[in-house]
Write a protein that binds this ligand. Structure first.
Ligand SMILES: *[C@@H]1O[C@H](CO)[C@@H](O)[C@H](O)[C@H]1NC(C)=O
Ligand SMILES: *[C@@H]1O[C@H](CO)[C@@H](O)[C@H](O)[C@H]1NC(C)=O
Ligand SMILES: *[C@@H]1O[C@H](CO)[C@@H](O)[C@H](O)[C@H]1NC(C)=O
Ligand SMILES: *[C@@H]1O[C@H](CO)[C@@H](O)[C@H](O)[C@H]1NC(C)=O
Length: 249
């Protein structure tokens, strides 16, 4: 079953965030993980996901659904961080400077809960761009069919589950799009209904530029896709791995 495709699902992340929330651990417990699993942090009550087209086989669909699930998990951490720490948070400042938290909050809500009716992920190489860019294109947006995204076979081998965060290198080393869920969010933002016709866009993609936006051009920090991707990866890694794994900026 394609449990996450085109349907509204209740997605409750199991996430005891390291956010100073009043979590009481049973210090006598020998199974430490279990105590954190009992702490329920609600993620998204009304998460929506794109449809998966019939050209995707069951394996493709399972991997895409896993990536969708990761989009919900990582944005839930990001939103929780925004709500609990606000604009004075070092993570917020690092990627958005003193940019508007209302914009950032709205973008996360839009990405996860806005209607995705018509938004389609397809697995045929409809425009031949996957074949033309082997081992480079993990997918692409279709200009001529703006609600559609082609996922290339390279996606499945190159994009990793969030559970592997910090395993293959720092976020700075591998880049946030190394992770399927984060790469997927960036693909959502190519779709005009998600990006508000390019209000959010790829204005700058190098890490240096992304950091520069946060420090010197916050109007665009909160409008730049990669600032969101780095923020989410940074917050997530520090939430699930002690110390996180941002790497050297
Ligand atoms: C842990 O065990 C000690 C000794 O058995 C007991 O005094 C203490 O109340 C326990 N703590 C918790 C949180 O259960
Ligand atoms: C599904 O499609 C992929 C190519 O996207 C292919 O490698 C794989 O073998 C297919 N799986 C099945 C079960 O047909
Ligand atoms: C952000 O900080 C700059 C420099 O201190 C200031 O000019 C600007 O008004 C601030 N922007 C917001 C949205 O607070
Ligand atoms: C902010 O970035 C935008 C887009 O790259 C650019 O057009 C604009 O000139 C920049 N503003 C400042 C103050 O650097």
């Amino acid at each position: 079953m394609r449990a996450f495709s085109g349907k509204t699902v209740v997605f409750a992340t199991v996430a005891s965030l390291a956010l100073g929330s009043p979590i009481k651990y049973d210090t006598n417990s020998t199974v430490e993980l279990q105590s954190s699993l009992t702490q329920e942090v609600l993620g998204w009550d009304h998460a929506t996901f794109p449809s998966i087209y019939q050209t995707c086989n069951e394996t493709n669909a399972r991997m895409l659904n896993a990536a969708f699930k990761d989009t919900a998990e990582i944005t839930a951490y990001g939103k929780d961080r925004l709500l609990n720490y606000g604009v004075d948070d070092v993570y917020y400042k690092r990627w958005f400077g003193n940019g508007s938290i209302f914009t950032v909050m709205g973008v996360l809500d839009q990405l996860m809960e806005a209607s995705k009716g018509g938004m389609l992920m397809r697995c045929d190489d409809a425009d031949g761009l996957c074949a033309a860019n082997p081992n480079y294109y993990a997918g692409h947006h279709r200009q001529s069919f703006p609600a559609e995204t082609v996922i290339c076979d390279y996606f499945y081998t190159s994009r990793k589950p969030l559970s592997t965060i910090c395993f293959e290198g720092t976020i700075v080393d591998v880049g946030p799009k190394h992770y399927a869920g984060i790469d997927m969010l960036h693909r959502y933002l190519h779709v005009p209904t998600m990006s508000m016709d390019g209000f959010i866009g790829e204005y700058a993609e190098t890490l240096e530029e992304v950091v520069d936006y946060a420090q010197n051009n916050v109007t665009f920090a909160v409008r730049n896709t990669d600032n969101y991707l780095y923020y989410l990866a940074d917050v997530y890694s520090t939430s699930v791995i002690p110390g996180g794994c941002l790497g050297k900026l």
